[in-house]
Design a protein around this ligand. Structure first.
Ligand code: ADP
Ligand code: MG
Length: 249
């Protein structure tokens, strides 16, 4: 297999009871890709991205990660999740821990790094997103949504994953905080971090994506470079979706 391939997704199927979300989905994600997934609500974007770190177990089909079949029986899910970081719409920080502890807990407990080393790393990363002064804050009362999400990104990044998954990272934010979070994600993309990002932020998708997937009705209906998708969409459903979400006035 090409050494550059990170995820090889083959004939993936996911059902919830009698509902088939997708059937026969195949895709390849390479190192250095910034794959942006767009498409209407209910199209299967979250389910797809959650299959990549096995938050959802595929019903059938295969996912290979760095050449290894992660859908195989007995596969070590926890080890996989160390390599595949995830950032959620709702941040999912621990309320009872400080910002610093939110970041260091996985480093000390999962990666078995020393307290000191973990703290140093966390502070360095917090500095990178301009939040080193929030290290001792408890998040619910002392942080804005934008700050919480930047911390959630740092927490994922601290584990030094091979790829970061984002599921609508700015959808729960007040509009004035969207920019600061997209800026952090853009900076990571520029630094060459491989990512898969589900988003409704079309300006971001266009600017930062190396590849855009349009997902609708459980299918990748169209994909291409940002220019191909946004300037010259071929598929009628892509055209219709874009005409609805991109403001022309
Ligand atoms: P998107 O993220 O594109 O909005 P989702 O992946 O969340 O789409 O959902 C795809 C379909 O799967 C929807 O019909 C949704 O209702 C259904 N679905 C998602 N998660 C579950 C679940 N845990 N149980 C049952 N149905 C689900
Ligand atoms: Mg979703």
């Amino acid at each position: 297999m090409n050494g550059n391939v990170l995820f090889e997704i083959k004939d993936l199927q996911k059902k919830f009871g009698s509902l088939t979300v997708f059937d026969g989905l195949s895709e390849t994600i390479c190192k250095g890709d910034v794959v942006v997934i767009i498409g209407p609500s209910g199209g299967g974007k979250s389910t797809f991205i959650r299959c990549l770190n096995l938050l959802e177990q595929p019903t059938a089909g295969k996912i290979y990660f760095e050449g290894e079949d992660i859908t195989a029986k007995g596969f070590d899910v926890n080890r996989h999740r160390q390599k595949v970081g995830m950032v959620f719409q709702q941040f999912n920080l621990f309320n009872n821990l400080t910002v610093l502890e939110n970041i260091t807990i996985s480093l000390t407990k999962v990666k078995k790094q020393s307290e000191e080393e973990s703290k140093e790393k966390a502070l360095k990363l917090l500095k990178r997103v301009g939040l080193e002064n929030k290290a001792n804050a408890y998040h619910p009362s002392q942080l804005s949504g934008g700050q919480k999400q930047r911390i959630a990104i740092v927490r994922a990044l601290a584990m030094e994953p091979d790829v970061l998954l984002f599921d609508e990272p700015t959808s729960a934010l007040d509009p004035e905080m969207v920019g600061e979070v997209l800026q952090v994600i853009s900076d990571l993309a520029r630094d060459g971090i491989t990512m898969v990002v589900v988003t409704h932020e079309m300006g971001f998708a266009r600017k930062v994506g190396t590849r855009v997937l349009f997902m609708d009705g459980g299918q990748i209906a169209e994909q291409g470079t940002p220019e191909e998708i946004f300037e010259h969409p071929q598929n009628a459903r892509t055209k219709e979706f874009l005409s609805k979400v991109i403001n022309v006035i």
